[in-house]
Design a protein around this ligand. Structure first.
Ligand code: GLC
Length: 429
């Protein structure tokens, strides 16, 4: 018996690249009130059909999306080839519920893959295991018709093995017809009473097939298998201490985050994050050894709307100067603990430690235990020298100066440089 193929993907590039773009795009963009609208409002296939019939993203320009992603410093993207609603962005041979059958008649996925590859980004496919359109997908606790007793009765003989075959066939198609795919991102399988799990989807068989088709591909952890695959996917929160494997070693992980709360385009949402907050999330994640996959939900006309664009541009403006503290970086070496209101990231190749200053202090930042460890320091955005010396503390009682053994004082200007979150690059000895 060969070894378990789950968790055998190539993650070396991933932990270097650190920042990716998630894209949620489907018919729900037209409802514009959350990608779970079909579930939340218990919409039937018949009533949901209006979104398919009117789908016509005439402004869709994947080259523009790819340019925006690249300019934001993103190195890979993950696109919802099919979300829970079941609509497929590519020309699948196994369904007519697909982009090529809408009035626009284009293989939206193919164009996107080509455009992002042309910009040098790696390619990830999200695929929803849950399917609210397929005629053999069981009416479970998430299904839009879960409360419709008549519907439940009429569909109780649905054959999940037929659906599982559809799922396997589509995954084979996705991993055969689009060249090298770097990530497959499943969402989601769940255990529990009426929940589906690895047996229904034949997850193990699926993993074997995936590994055969794409030996290096990274597979995420949402297949309801015992192991966590190639990477773990905390959703919409910042892990407090990073993520560990069961044996205590650091795990490969990626926090997926939204700009405004929902994943699909939401016209009326008021909870847009600021650029500062998004950058904080990125930095915080990398300081704990993780990636960030930041989502955009393009509109029904196929555009990344102005609010999302502004966030991407803000990320890009910061990355332009500071990406050196992100790419190739991870947690600081054991024992180096960042001061309050700061985060460290560290590049083990170059032996440079990055001090991200989240709240601007007055004149000095004291780095515990760093005396004698730094040979040079500069701001990252303009390569201007930052001077430092051994920490001195003024004792309140008599105002005499006292050195604090082992600590280093970084001397910063009174005014915060004109950078959203300034970074000081410390060349370690
Ligand atoms: C979720 C949701 C969803 C989104 C995803 C991203 O579990 O079902 O709509 O696609 O997570 O992580």
């Amino acid at each position: 018996m060969s070894e378990n193929p789950y968790g055998k993907g190539d993650t070396a590039w991933f932990v270097q690249d650190r920042l990716g773009m998630f894209i949620h795009w489907g018919l729900y963009a037209q409802a514009a009130r959350h990608e779970w609208v079909k579930n939340r409002e218990r919409i039937t296939n018949e009533d949901y059909q209006k979104y398919f019939d009117s789908f016509h993203p005439d402004l869709y320009d994947p080259k523009e999306w790819a340019r925006l992603a690249k300019a934001a410093g993103m190195k890979y993207f993950v696109i919802t080839t099919k979300h829970h609603e079941g609509f497929c962005l590519w020309d699948s041979a196994y369904t007519d519920y697909k982009a090529t059958k809408t009035s626009l008649g284009r293989d939206l996925l193919k164009e996107m893959v080509d455009a992002f590859r042309a910009e040098g980004l790696k390619v990830g496919f999200y695929y929803s295991i849950i399917d609210w359109h397929h005629p053999e997908f069981p009416v479970d606790r998430f299904h839009p018709q879960r409360d419709d007793q008549e519907f439940r009765e009429a569909t109780k003989d649905r054959d999940v093995t037929i659906y599982a075959e559809y799922l396997h066939n589509q995954v084979r198609e996705l991993l055969t017809n689009f060249g090298k795919i770097d990530i497959i991102w499943f969402d989601f399988s769940y255990p529990g009473e009426d929940g589906k799990g690895k047996d229904e989807w034949k997850s193990e068989k699926l993993v074997n097939m995936i590994r055969e088709l794409q030996p290096d591909i990274m597979i995420n952890n949402r297949l309801d298998l015992e192991e966590s695959g190639d990477f773990v996917t905390p959703e919409q929160f910042q892990p407090r201490y990073g993520v560990k494997n069961p044996d205590g070693s650091p795990a490969v992980w990626e926090a997926c985050q939204t700009l405004s709360g929902s994943w699909g385009y939401h016209r009326d949402e008021m909870t847009w994050k600021s650029v500062n907050q998004i950058l904080w999330m990125l930095i915080d994640g990398v300081s704990k050894g993780g990636n960030m996959l930041m989502n955009v939900g393009p509109t029904g006309r196929g555009e990344i709307d102005y609010r999302a664009k502004a966030c991407l541009e803000g990320i890009g403006a910061w990355m332009h100067y500071n990406s050196r503290s992100i790419y190739g970086c991870g947690a600081a070496p054991e024992g180096m603990v960042a001061p309050p209101d700061c985060r460290y990231t560290y590049n083990p190749e170059t032996k440079r430690l990055y001090l991200h200053i989240l709240a601007w202090p007055f004149k000095a930042i004291h780095l515990s235990g760093m005396e004698g460890k730094v040979k040079y320091a500069q701001f990252l955005h303009d390569a201007s020298e930052v001077r430092f010396n051994r920490s001195r503390q003024q004792e309140h009682s008599n105002l005499t100066e006292k050195t604090t053994a082992g600590d280093l004082a970084i001397r910063v200007p009174v005014n915060k440089p004109n950078v959203e979150i300034p970074v000081i690059e410390l060349f370690l000895k």
